[in-house]
Structures are given as structure tokens and as C-alpha cells.
Design a protein around this ligand. Structure first.
Ligand code: XMP
Length: 324
């Protein structure tokens, strides 16, 4: 396998032809590395793990075992899409783990953001390790490491993500896209036939909607975040150019609404759209008024419990991209 440094002579993968050549080369390398042994891969449905899964399926077929952990904090339709694309269409050996109750029970009542992240990270590793222990003959671990992860091992992602794999899961790594930049991973994913909404997906934090259901997570408010997020992704996704990241957060704050002449308590959904180069600084993106009001109308009509819609126009710094 190649080392951890991208050779200066390595051409930037910008075309389907270059992607195809890269895929062929990696297939040969992975086959040589793995032989007839099995590889385990945590498949979140994000760009990097999805591209690695598609590549490894091509290289070693059923010798790859994908584990998709649904922790209840994924976006609307995501777990279903992972199963549809990888198990039904690509014929992957896929273990789907419904761990929603486990995660949400552990998170109940927990307000502190970093404690929430730690719980989600630790529980994820525990679920993954449990699944791994049920499988025989695994000798390798697939990983969607990309080049910026290596370059910025003390960067934003590393700062947020907690925990590592336990000792007994220290398999030899298979990291076929570790020398690629994100844009190249997308070109390779497209060439592998993955759907556009998977390949051109916006960044999504590991703890998922957990950090957008601000404060202690409750199932009803989490559901409201998921529904409102789907609306915002659909509507803001129509902008040209599409912002780098756009989503909804619902803080644990009460908001008064009025329906049929009666006052009641609900929540306020906060829309956020930002542009950034490296996520270290970020600028709020101007959303056209007609789009904002359409989003407002849809959220109020379609999302249970939300009776107020706000637009977060803050830049980073001082405001981080996520609310917590
Ligand atoms: P912040 O909120 O720190 O976010 O300005 C910068 C970028 O990182 C993402 N983010 C995370 N990514 N695990 C991740 O993998 C996390 O815990 C996490 N928290 C924030 C955020 O979505 C943004 O793109």
C-alpha cells in the first residue's frame, strides 16, 4: 500500500477517465492486500464511507461486510437509502443495526454538548464492536480516511470526534481513498455509479442531528428537527450555487403559538446556511426572501410542534457553524 504522503507526481482526479484508472489501480491493490480474507466497514452513508464501500464491493464483493448503525440521529430517509443502494442495488453484505433506542435512552436528559458527543461516539464503537464480534474471519477494517484527515489530524473533525477503536478491533486498515481530496472522492464515487445525492452531499457531523436537537434530546423535538431539516434541504438545495452547509437546529426553548384563538407552547426552528472553505471561518449565506417564507410556511404546516421560524445570520467567528 502507498504511504501517507501524496506523491507530487500524482495527478488530480478530475475526469471520469482518471477516476476509472484510479479505481482499477485500487481494485488491484486491495485484492493484493486482502487476499481471500474479510474486511469490515462502518458504513454511515456519508460520502467517504459510501465511496469506499462501493469500491471495495467492486474489488472483493462478499468479502466486504458493511455495518450500518442507525443511531436515530440520521437525516430523513438516510438509513433507507443506505440499505437500498448498498444491499439492494450493489448486492453488498450489509448488516443493518437498529440502535435507535439504545442511543436515545443513553442520551436522555444529557444537556452538555461534549458529553452528548462522547456518549454518541462511545456507544457507536460499542455497537460496532458487538457486531464485529458476531462475525467470523474478519482480518481487515475498511476506512473512509481521506487526505485532509491525514493532513489535519488536529483539525476540526478530529477536534470534535471522540474515541477510537478498542484494542480487540485493531485490524489492519484498508484505506483506498486516503490520498484523495474530497472533490476527487466525489469524482470516483460518481464513476462507481453512486447516486448524486450521496456523492454531492453536504458535510454532516458524526453526532448527526444530535447536535441540532440543542440541549437534552427528546424524541419529539428530534423528530421535528428531522422533518424541518428535510424541508430545508429540499428548498435551499434549489439555490444556485448551493451553500456549503445548510440545516435546521431546534433549541430546547419554548415558544408561544396561537391556534384557534388559543395560546400554546411549541418550539422555534432555526434555519442556518453558510459558506466556508475550511470550516474554520464561515459566512452566513443570503437566502432569498421568497425562499425563506416558503420554508417558513412549509415548516409551520408540516412539522409538528414548531410555531416559529428564525434565520440565523451569524458568521463564524463568533458563532460556530453548529449550534452546539
Ligand atoms: P463548528 O460547529 O465547529 O463546525 O463550526 C465545523 C464543521 O464541523 C462539523 N462538525 C462536526 N463534525 N463531528 C464531526 O464529524 C462533530 O462532532 C462535529 N461538530 C461539528 C460541522 O457540521 C461543520 O461542518
Amino acid at each position: 500500500m502507498a504511504g501517507n504522503i501524496r506523491p507530487e507526481t500524482m495527478e488530480r482526479i478530475t475526469t471520469p477517465e482518471l477516476a476509472k484508472a484510479f479505481i482499477d489501480e485500487q481494485i488491484a491493490e486491495v485484492r493484493a492486500q486482502v487476499g481471500d480474507k474479510k474486511v469490515l466497514l462502518a458504513l454511515s452513508g456519508g460520502v467517504d464511507s459510501s465511496v469506499v464501500a462501493a469500491l471495495l464491493i467492486k474489488a472483493i464483493g462478499k468479502q466486504l461486510v458493511c455495518v450500518h448503525v442507525n443511531h436515530g440521529l440520521l437525516r430523513k430517509g438516510e438509513p433507507e437509502q443506505v440499505v437500498k443502494v448498498f444491499r439492494d442495488e450493489l448486492g453488498a453484505e450489509l448488516v443493518y443495526v437498529d440502535a435507535v433506542d439504545r442511543f436515545l435512552d443513553k442520551l436522555a436528559g444529557v444537556e452538555d454538548p461534549e458529553t452528548k458527543r462522547k456518549i454518541i461516539g462511545a456507544e457507536f464503537i460499542e455497537v460496532f464492536a458487538e457486531e464485529a464480534s458476531k462475525l467470523d474471519g474478519i482480518e481487515f477494517l475498511g476506512q473512509g480516511t481521506i487526505y485532509p484527515d491525514i493532513l489535519e489530524s488536529d483539525g476540526v473533525k478530529a477536534h470534535h470526534n471522540v474515541g477510537g477503536l478498542p484494542e480487540d478491533l485493531q485490524f489492519e486498515l484498508v484505506e483506498p481513498v486516503k490520498l484523495l481530496y474530497k472533490d476527487e472522492v466525489r469524482v470516483v464515487g460518481k464513476e462507481l455509479g453512486l447516486p448524486d445525492n450521496m456523492v454531492y452531499r453536504q458535510p454532516f457531523p458524526g453526532p448527526g442531528l444530535g447536535v441540532r436537537c440543542v440541549g437534552a434530546i427528546t424524541r419529539d423535538r428530534l423528530e421535528a428537527v428531522r422533518e424541518a431539516d428535510a424541508i430545508v434541504r429540499e428548498e435551499i438545495g434549489k439555490m444556485d450555487p448551493v451553500p456549503w452547509q445548510y440545516f435546521v437546529a431546534i433549541p430546547d426553548v419554548k415558544s408561544t403559538g396561537i391556534k384557534d384563538g388559543k395560546r400554546y407552547m411549541g418550539w422555534a426552528a432555526v434555519i442556518r446556511a453558510i459558506n466556508t472553505v475550511d470550516a474554520v471561518t464561515a459566512q452566513s449565506v443570503e437566502i432569498p426572501w421568497s425562499m425563506l417564507t416558503r420554508i417558513r410556511d412549509r415548516i409551520i404546516a408540516e412539522v409538528d410542534g414548531v410555531n416559529r421560524v428564525l434565520w440565523d445570520v451569524s458568521d463564524k467567528p463568533i458563532s460556530t457553524i453548529e449550534w452546539e
